[in-house]
Structures are given as structure tokens and as C-alpha cells.
Design a protein around this ligand. Structure first.
Ligand SMILES: [Zn+2]
Length: 312
């Protein structure tokens, strides 16, 4: 079963999913103004999530870890009130999203791994152990060194202990090549790695290699003109599907900024998934099962914990 903020869910039944989402971000004091993502108007967020739910939305994979804006209590409240399944994440994001003195950035591997495992198996800190995380986020800027390396060791340790997936923020796919060997050497197989934002580097050869190795790839630029989707993600997706790799891709929206939400007065909004992306996937000629996998099934099934020895 998939571990959501409101309890276990059958991954086969979640329907449409935002595979890399944000439902709530309340930056803590001390975060620099440029890195404050202010996504915490409960009425506005609830309205948008409800719209998504009414249009067939079933799951949002929330990607904000603790200490840099997550509030698992709010995620649980929003999930309860809208009927949407939401998963929470432990782990860590890029350091710029934390106050300068946050403990993670001087913690040991052991203390960090214990914290990640606690949030996955007992519950998130801010919820007083009431709401559990499902995934382990790694804010990967493309280099494995310093404290990031320490935290990545801890993520590997926690993934090994629990079977949870490691969900990567990447800087437009920068140096994702290094991830498979780093985690492989630490007993975490590619099947437990979910590499996001990698369509910002639409190199088919690279994507094929990662997918064939077993990693799940997160694509989220379909409705973001800034990333030139007509020359980037759409041709990439076509080639991946033609190569039989549709089982290795999860579509997300990554609406981390209020101006990307319709109820905040912006766009494309969560409804872009059912209203724009799904019709376009049909237009591309993909069959129903393929579309269902790309827009929900792949990510929902992958997020179910699985120990390394029983990979599919
Ligand atoms: Zn994100």
C-alpha cells in the first residue's frame, strides 16, 4: 500500500496524480527572501485541490521536506477536506531553503538517518508523530560533496532500512549520471530512485540509460513555456514511449509558486493535468493504459516501499 498523510491507499486506485507536487510551503524564519516560496493560503489551496479532485485527480506527491516549509498537519487537513491523497516527504532540500543555523547542515550521517527513518516509520516531527512521510527527498545540485554527501549517505541508509523511494530534486538534470553508482554502491538499487526535473535536460540517450537501469524519471515542463516543451519534453516523451520506456516516467506539475496556481490568480494550475496534458497525450496517439501509467500509475506504484531484495 501507498503510505499517504491520511493512511494507506491502494496505488491501483489513485487515478490521476501530480507526480511532483506542492500543496503547502510555509518557509521558516531566517530563509533569504529570494528563496521563500510562500504557498500557505489554506482556502485558496483547498479550492484548487478540490478542482483537481473533481476532475479526476487522486494523488499529489508533495515534495517539500521538513525544516524548509513542510507542514504535514496541513497536508493531512487538506487531504481530508478535499478527498485527495497526498504523500509527504522527509529528507532534505537545497540548503538555500533553510535558515542558516538549521541542524541538518551540521548533523552526522547517523543522526540524520535516524531522523529520516523516524519520519517514515513513526511520523513527521511537526505532526507529533501523527502523520508519516512516504519518500526521502534529496536536494541534489549536481555535486556529491560536503554536508550534501553526508545527507545523501543518510538518505541511502534510510532507504535501505525502510524500502522507501529517494526522490531527487535535480538542477535541470545536472550530473544525474553520478546518482546510480553512488546509491548502487550503498545498496539502493535504481528501482528505488525517482529522479525529478530531468526533462529540463532532454537528452534521449541519457534518459534511455537511466530508465533501462530501472530509475523512475520525473517530467514536469509540459505546460511551462520557459522550458520550451515543444522542443524539449514532448519529443523526448515520444521517443521514450516508442522505445517501450513509458513505465519509467512520471508526469508532474511542480507548482511551487503561488503564481502557478489558478486560485491564486495565476496558472497553469493543477487542472492543466486533466485539461491540457491528458488531451495532448491522446493527441500524440498514446493508448489509454500508457496515459494512465504516465499520469499516475507509475508514480503511485513506485512509491510503495519495497526492500531491495524484492524488486520487481
Ligand atoms: Zn518541486
Amino acid at each position: 500500500m501507498l503510505q499517504t498523510v491520511t493512511g494507506p491507499a491502494d496505488p491501483a486506485a489513485v487515478g490521476l496524480a501530480d507526480g511532483h507536487g506542492h500543496a503547502w510551503i510555509m518557509p521558516p524564519p531566517g530563509v533569504a527572501p529570494d528563496y521563500r516560496l510562500e504557498l500557505h493560503d489554506v482556502a485558496v489551496i483547498k479550492a484548487e485541490l478540490s478542482d483537481f479532485r473533481s476532475a479526476g485527480g487522486g494523488l499529489l506527491v508533495d515534495c517539500q521536506p521538513g525544516g524548509c516549509g513542510r507542514d504535514a498537519r496541513m497536508l493531512a487537513q487538506l487531504a481530508t477536506e478535499t478527498g485527495l491523497f497526498i504523500t509527504a516527504t522527509t529528507g532534505f532540500h537545497r540548503q538555500v531553503y533553510y535558515p542558516p543555523d538549521h541542524w541538518l547542515w551540521s548533523a552526522t550521517v547517523e543522526a540524520t538517518a535516524a531522523y529520516f527513518v523516524e519520519e517514515l516509520t513513526q511520523g513527521t516531527r511537526e505532526s507529533g508523530g501523527r502523520v508519516r512521510a512516504a519518500t526521502i527527498k534529496v536536494g541534489y545540485e549536481g555535486v556529491i560533496e560536503g554536508q550534501t554527501r553526508v545527507l545523501m549517505e543518510a538518505a541511502a541508509d534510510a532507504a535501505r532500512q525502510t524500502g522507501a523511494v529517494i526522490l531527487f530534486h535535480t538542477e535541470r538534470g545536472r550530473n544525474v549520471e553520478a546518482l546510480l553508482s553512488f546509491f548502487g554502491e550503498r545498496g539502493v538499487p535504481p528501482e528505488r530512485l525517482y529522479i525529478c526535473h530531468v526533462d529540463k535536460r532532454p537528452d534521449f540517450g541519457l534518459h534511455r540509460e537511466l530508465a533501462e537501469a530501472g530509475a523512475l524519471l520525473g517530467y514536469d515542463t509540459f505546460v511551462r513555456p520557459k522550458y520550451d516543451p515543444e522542443h524539449g519534453v514532448w519529443p523526448l516523451l515520444r521517443r521514450m514511449v516508442a522505445a517501450g520506456l513509458a513505465g519509467s516516467i512520471a508526469i508532474g506539475l511542480d507548482l511551487a509558486l503561488p503564481e502557478m496556481w489558478r486560485h491564486y490568480g495565476g496558472g497553469p494550475g493543477l487542472l492543466a493535468l486533466p485539461e491540457r496534458i491528458i488531451p495532448r497525450l491522446r493527441q500524440e496517439g498514446f493508448d489509454r493504459p500508457t496515459i494512465a501509467r504516465l499520469t499516475g500509475q507509475n508514480v503511485a506504484r513506485r512509491l510503495v516501499w519495497r526492500m531491495p531484495e524484492d524488486q520487481e
